[in-house]
Design a protein around this ligand. Structure first.
Ligand code: HEC
Length: 138
């Protein structure tokens, strides 16, 4: 099985599980747990062609919609205390939460950027972390 087939098999399995209404199995990404429009935005679309976007570009494109106004408690990009607190769980955990979604999808998978690669989502997390100044003291 090559990687594309493997991904296809996983997606197919997820679709079958999802349509049966079964709860997401522990340890799996939050795909099955997403609801309504959040299913829409999680679905990995055609990978975007061209140069990867910078963290700032991804932030401006999607993350800002909630993070700039702290919608539903989204940490503000300039909030060093909040980002410092969250960074203590580990940056890889922060990035995982950004990719898979977090807290019952209040933070939606990929921040709603369906065509963002993992690296682009990571860059956007790093952009907010750096901008907040939370990384300086680490
Ligand atoms: C629909 C609104 C929304 C959008 C769009 C959004 N976020 Fe969030 N995000 C949230 C909310 C709300 C939280 C706080 C969740 C909580 O802790 O209860 C959050 C929290 C986070 C966290 C902290 C997770 C943790 O473990 O504490 C990260 C990292 C994050 N967002 C990254 C991003 C990135 C990167 C983008 C853009 C690609 C983005 N978000 C777009 C709403 C959003």
């Amino acid at each position: 099985m090559n990687i594309d087939q493997a991904i296809g098999a996983v997606l197919l399995a997820a679709a079958v599980v999802g349509s049966a209404g079964a709860p997401a199995a522990a340890g799996q990404p939050a795909v099955e747990g997403t609801q309504g429009y959040r299913d829409e935005i999680y679905r990995p679309t055609e990978p975007r062609k061209g140069k990867p976007r910078s963290g700032r570009q991804v932030y401006e494109y999607r993350c800002k919609a909630c993070h700039a106004k702290s919608t539903q408690g989204a940490p503000l990009p300039d909030d060093d205390i909040e980002w410092g607190r969250r960074a203590r769980q580990g940056i890889s955990v922060l990035v995982k939460h950004a990719i898979e979604g977090y807290n019952q999808q209040l933070m939606p998978p990929r921040g709603g950027c369906a065509n963002c690669s993992d690296a682009e989502v990571r860059a956007a997390v790093m952009y907010m972390l750096r901008r907040s100044g939370a990384l300086r003291s680490r």
